[in-house]
Design a protein around this ligand. Structure first.
Ligand code: FAD
Ligand code: E0Q
Length: 468
């Protein structure tokens, strides 16, 4: 008996990659997307137009045979370039060396590449068709096209990859309580652009191979490079309240004034600041927590539809891509679909809860801590321990971005390591005179070794020399 067709709602990043992986393992796949085909219509991505891709996302693309193609469109980012209020810049490396880097990719470019791959893997795509309602008991989906025409579609297995505002989730919630809660962040964002410079030498107005960040306490700016030499700048600040907020900075003139006082080095680079500020909406950010991700074996939510998070760790897409690998593996087994969906939720939920928490924690770190002397001292001690005892210390950032260790493990281990770093540092203001051998002994005595990354979780490079 042929396996039933899987219908995926949403051909965004996660839906298109899932369609590719399922198609490649022999499933019949139908991909339904509200928007027009971006390969024909020109991409109209409403949100950040580039994203940071790290090991988890890269691994999923590798499994679909797409890693090289994606990296060919990406810009390497070695670390975060911190711009202090006085104009000083400082590169904080993400990893130990250039084998541990993240990548800036165009959302539109990546989406189009994934749509080609999904179709090549046999998925049937249907653009301009929005899911508007569903009777999931009978497996009847209601779709509506842009001109208002409605049609129904029979679907035994439906997967919602339709993003944070998922229509499939709403339809599922009609049938039973999904235990849904959204925590909106009090901060929103606005996207601006640094255009490419005029000559080959000045194509990138600021360092190309970094994620730029202007931390300012209660608010901040970041910029990610694009291959053409432009940067997508994102301003994050509170929706309301004391200056600066989107309540006090409401028009282009006020935006210019804010950049004049708070981001003076960025102001001359954002050539069309006023136009960008006026033209782009204020984006909303929040965390979605959902207790139930599926109804039996009939429907399941994946990616942002089940676990949207705030963007401050650059892991939303990466987590969604990791979901697709997990689900494709479970569906490849000759199991009951309901059991596979239950196993998917059981494996992924503790980990998506952990990255949701770490992403929120990273906002505070980005806004405030990255220029705090105690934070910088702790970071440096961590770096030395990672060199001295690589089998026992790996920063939480590296576990999240450069390994596939479960997010929940990274959070737990990160907490234990942080306690240890605090203990080793005490009230010190510098590392001079700190006995690294003694510190490494304390570390080994108080924490078990890290898992052997080369068995299961594959890091990007060969094993470090043993620290024993
Ligand atoms: P989406 O990308 O939202 O795709 C959903 C798709 O479903 C869309 O194509 C949509 O048109 C379609 N759809 C919606 N409703 C319907 C319907 N009713 N019927 C049919 N189709 C429908 N993540 C990272 O990993 N790194 C980053 O650096 C990063 N930066 C970010 C910066 C910002 C400002 C934001 C907001 C997010 C960022 N993210 C980042 C998170 C990332 O954007 C998301 O996690 C990712 O896009 C989720 O993919 P998705 O396919 O689940 O959902
Ligand atoms: C990354 C890469 C939107 C966004 C995306 C990101 C990151 C940040 C700050 C932001 C976290 C970091 N980070 O630099 O620690 O690593 O993706 Cl705001």
């Amino acid at each position: 008996m042929p396996r039933p067709t899987v219908t995926i709602i949403g051909a965004g990043l996660v839906g298109a990659l899932l369609a590719t992986l399922l198609g490649q393992s022999g499933h019949r796949v139908r991909l339904v997307e509200k928007r027009a085909d971006p390969r024909r219509a020109g991409f109209a991505g409403g949100r950040s137009i580039n994203l940071a891709l790290a090991e988890r996302g890269l691994d999923a693309l590798r499994k679909a045979g797409l890693e090289a193609q994606v990296l060919a469109q990406a810009v390497m980012m070695r670390g975060r370039m911190v711009h202090e209020p006085n104009g000083t810049t400082n590169l904080q490396r993400y990893g130990l060396d250039d084998r541990e880097v993240i990548w800036s990719v165009s959302r539109g470019g990546l989406n189009m590449l994934l749509l080609d791959a999904a179709e090549q893997a046999g998925a049937r795509t249907h653009f301009g068709q929005a899911l508007v309602d569903a009777d999931l008991r009978t497996g009847t989906l209601q779709l509506q096209s842009a001109d208002g025409t409605c049609r129904t579609l029979e679907s035994a297995i439906t997967i919602g990859a339709d993003g944070a505002g998922s229509a499939l989730r709403a339809a599922m919630a009609h049938e039973s309580d999904l235990g849904e809660r959204t925590d909106m962040l009090a901060h929103g964002y606005k996207e601006l652009e640094i255009p490419p410079g005029p000559t080959e030498q000045t194509r990138f107005a600021i360092e190309a191979h970094a994620l730029h960040i202007w931390p300012r306490g209660g608010y901040m700016c970041i910029a990610l490079p694009n291959r053409e030499g432009s940067f997508t700048v994102t301003l994050f600040m509170p929706h309301a309240g004391a200056h600066p907020s989107f309540e006090t900075v409401t028009d282009a003139t006020a935006a210019s004034a804010l950049f004049e006082t708070s981001f003076p080095d960025a102001l001359p680079l954002i050539v069309d600041l006023k136009r960008d500020f006026q033209a782009h909406p204020v984006g909303m950010l929040g965390t979605l927590y959902l207790e139930r991700w599926h109804l039996d074996g009939r429907c399941l939510l994946i990616g942002d539809a089940s676990h949207a998070i705030v963007p401050f760790h650059g892991q939303g897409m990466n987590a969604g891509f990791e979901d697709t690998v997990c689900l494709a593996r479970l569906l490849a087994e000759p199991n009951d679909t309901g059991d596979a969906f239950a196993a998917f939720q059981a494996q992924r939920k503790p980990n998506t809860d952990a990255i949701a928490a770490m992403a929120l924690e990273n906002y505070v770190e980005m806004r405030d801590s990255v220029i705090d002397p105690h934070y910088l001292l702790k970071r440096e001690l961590g770096r030395r321990l990672a060199e001295h005892a690589p089998g026992h210390f790996m920063s939480r950032y590296r576990m999240v971005s450069f390994t596939r260790l479960p997010y929940a493990y990274a959070r737990e281990r990160g907490r234990a390591q942080d306690t240890l770093l605090e203990q080793l540092l005490g009230k010190r203001r510098q590392l001079d005179g700190l006995d690294m051998d003694a510190a490494a002994r304390t570390l080994r005595a108080s924490l078990p070794p890290l898992p052997n990354l080369h068995d299961e979780c594959h890091v990007l490079h060969p094993p470090p020399a043993s620290d024993l």
